[in-house]
Design a protein around this ligand. Structure first.
Ligand SMILES: CC(C)(COP(=O)(O)OP(=O)(O)OC[C@H]1O[C@@H](n2cnc3c(N)ncnc32)[C@H](O)[C@@H]1OP(=O)(O)O)[C@@H](O)C(=O)NCCC(=O)NCCS
Length: 204
């Protein structure tokens, strides 16, 4: 088992501090956990991502986008994602690959705004319930705090999205409150939705 998976925020920070004596730029292009590799996408990944998660309507119920209807749509999105990595700005996404068999199980992304990193995530529904996302999120949080500039990692979701809230709780993020009419989740409703905010700060 990955040693960070069972660790709380204090241990994540302590390990991060002991490994690095100078600031590291977040987000890195690749991260690794016991079972997973998180890596920036290539355009050749688009088809597998479409099959695995991007076309899966079960995952988009509380997301800001609707399930992709063709691999070409995923390809177009990936081109933007690749540009963001190349420019080192905007929303950076990793693909989550299972080491055991190379299966592409989902995605996790982050946006850095000054001292804050905001994380979003999704897994193909056939990969739910294995603890993959908490494992990936822990590693992303640890990497974020290795960058001296970042003091807060946050994630938010639709108030009804209990599976997502569970991920935040499991990795030791604190519930901070409700953001009224904050999210546009077109698969759930035409009108803005209340969201819940979770976060972890460096001093936790
Ligand atoms: C949220 C999500 C990433 C969770 O990832 P995961 O790796 O399955 O996380 P876990 O295995 O820790 O399971 C989290 C919770 O999901 C629920 N869950 C697990 N497997 C499930 C399944 N097969 N079907 C329905 N719910 C399930 C459980 O409540 C679980 O909490 P528990 O372990 O306390 O019982 C995944 O459900 C998902 O991709 N959802 C759709 C996209 C989304 O909503 N993303 C968040 C937007 S902010």
């Amino acid at each position: 088992m990955d040693r960070n998976v069972s660790a709380g925020p204090e241990r994540i920070h302590r390990e991060a501090a002991s490994c690095y004596t100078r600031t590291v730029e977040f987000p890195p292009e690749e991260l690794e956990t016991t079972r997973l590799v998180l890596r920036r996408p290539t355009i050749e990944d688009a088809e597998a991502a479409f099959e695995s998660y991007a076309s899966d309507p079960k995952i988009t119920r509380y997301l800001t986008w609707t399930a992709h209807t063709s691999p070409a749509q995923t390809r177009e999105y990936f081109q933007q994602a690749i540009d963001a990595w190349d420019l080192r700005m905007g929303h950076r996404i990793w693909l989550i690959e299972r080491k055991e068999d190379g299966a592409l199980v989902g995605t996790i992304g982050c946006t850095v705004h000054f001292h804050r990193a905001e994380i979003g995530f999704a897994l193909g529904s056939r990969f739910w319930g294995e603890g993959y996302m908490p494992e990936a999120m822990k590693q992303v949080c640890a990497a974020a705090f290795q960058d001296d500039r970042i003091s807060r990692v946050q994630a938010l979701c639709d108030e009804e999205n209990t599976r997502s809230s569970r991920v935040m709780q499991k990795i030791g993020m604190q519930y901070e409150g409700r953001l009224r009419q904050y999210g546009q989740h077109p698969n759930r409703s035409d009108t803005p939705r209340d969201c819940v905010m979770y976060a972890m700060v460096r001093s936790d």
